[in-house]
Design a protein around this ligand. Structure first.
Ligand code: NDP
Length: 265
């Protein structure tokens, strides 16, 4: 099945690597206009060049933006609407995990993590809402984590923040439904991305090759499918939830954990 998204505009926050970059690519494949953002100009330029090489006729806009800064998000909205005239899909993907446990997480670290998980979603959602309300295919989709339902002690703040964020997404789904804006999320286990290359790069000398490191991590974590997910696999679920392919789904989640999630329901 092929979906034609000509005239449809998707915004992907954190679209410069990993899952966000793969998601931007899928929307471009389907003919959509795409706006990506990230904080680092160099990574943004690189991502734009990669996407343009794969999609020479791409209707692509790349804007530096920190989703935690409302002025910066306002600029992303302004530039996107100026270029494409509106917005139909918002992919709230920007972010990263924080490795820390109960004993060693400072107050400042707690605040930073809660800020990222809540305002990284609230700022873009609020800023794009007036435009989403004018769309006949409006959807917000969030790259979230399996930790929302299955906490891990070494990711204590991220897990607590993801659980709260999932609750927020459910509330938003109820409140935005009368405005015909759907909102859903994907719950990721482990997916290859810049987050994992950063963790690998920080390992001392004598480390295994990257592919072997990922394999070891997947086995150590007990991922039933025995491997990390690919960014494209997560992107596919975001794409489904962010387009009319899922037009009767809101306040819901798709599991992207390779079977690692143990909760029922
Ligand atoms: P990457 O590090 O590859 O991508 C993260 C993206 O977010 C980058 O483009 C980064 O660009 C951007 N970003 C981070 N903070 C901000 C910010 N404040 N404002 C704007 N952009 C920002 O990681 P992933 O692809 O893995 O992550 C995508 C999402 O999936 C994240 O929310 C992550 O927490 C979630 N996730 C991923 C898992 C995994 O195993 N990969 C597991 C569970 C959840 P820049 O740094 O230049 O701003």
């Amino acid at each position: 099945m092929k979906i034609d998204l000509k005239g449809h505009t998707a915004v992907v926050t954190g679209g410069t690597s990993g899952i966000g970059l793969a998601t931007a690519g899928l929307f471009l494949d389907a003919g959509a206009n795409v706006s990506i953002c990230g904080r680092d100009q160099g990574r943004l330029d690189e991502a734009a060049a990669t996407l343009t090489e794969l999609h020479p006729d791409a209707a692509l806009l790349a804007v530096t933006c920190d989703v935690l800064d409302t002025d910066s998000v306002g600029n992303l909205v302004e530039k996107t609407v100026e270029r494409f005239g509106g917005v139909d899909t918002l992919v709230n993907n920007a972010g990263q995990a924080r490795v820390s446990n109960y004993e060693n997480t400072s107050d400042e670290a707690w605040r930073e993590e809660l800020d990222l998980k809540f305002f990284g979603l609230l700022n873009p959602s609020r800023a794009f809402q007036p435009y989403l309300e004018r769309s006949d295919a409006a959807a917000i989709v969030c790259a979230s984590s399996m930790l929302a339902r299955q906490p891990e002690p070494h990711l204590v703040a991220t897990a607590a923040a993801r659980a709260g964020q999932l609750s927020l997404i459910h509330s938003m789904a109820r409140e935005l439904a009368p405005k015909n804006i759907r909102i859903n999320s994907i719950l990721i286990g482990v997916v290859e991305s810049a987050q994992w290359t950063r963790r690998y790069d920080a390992l001392p000398e004598g480390k295994p090759a990257y592919a072997d490191y990922l394999k070891e991590q997947a086995v150590a974590k007990g991922v039933p499918l025995g491997r990390f997910g690919k960014p494209e696999e997560a992107a596919m679920a975001l794409f489904f939830l962010g387009t009319p392919l899922s037009s009767y789904t809101t306040g819901s989640t798709i599991d992207l954990s390779g079977g690692l999630s143990r909760h029922v329901g």
